[in-house]
Design a protein around this ligand. Sequence first.
Ligand code: ZN
Length: 183
Amino acid sequence: MAILKVALLGDPVLRRKAAPVSRAMLRSTAFRRLVADMTATMKEYDGAGLAGPQVREGLRVVVVGSEGNPRYPDTPGFPLRVMVNPVVRALTGRRVGFWEGCLSVPGLRGLVRRPGRVRVAYTDMQGRRHSFVADRFCAVAVQHEVDHLDGKLYVDRLVGTRHLSYEREYARHFAPAEKDKAG
Ligand code: ZN
């Protein structure tokens, strides 16, 4: 396994729409290696998700998962999933605010509001189709990653530029208020 280089904000690769993964590709050694490397890369940098375009692969594949993640200490985690050709559908009109981070936008957090409950359909590495309901942090993470597949970044969806912050300032000035709300 290798730790891959993550494309950063400003790199045009992050703005391209990714292509669906074919059945043949799914079975290939190269694709399996890519997914293993993406998983290792996400864990190495304490990400909660990573999408193909972030590692310069224009393919509709994402890895999500966050358990005991030091970058999101106050948020309940969710298990690791590799999702090929994922599709997200909102199950509620109610949007929840979450201070998102992104390995392609290092050091920053920004407040984004998204549907807090979504249905996610995807293909697994064995080619089986799955569907599940995601809530809260998991719902946010999946939507954030699927956005990457369409060339979108969370900074495109900010509530406003006043809600963009360096991580340190976020921890100092915004996170305590978030904790109060949650409690
Ligand atoms: Zn991201």
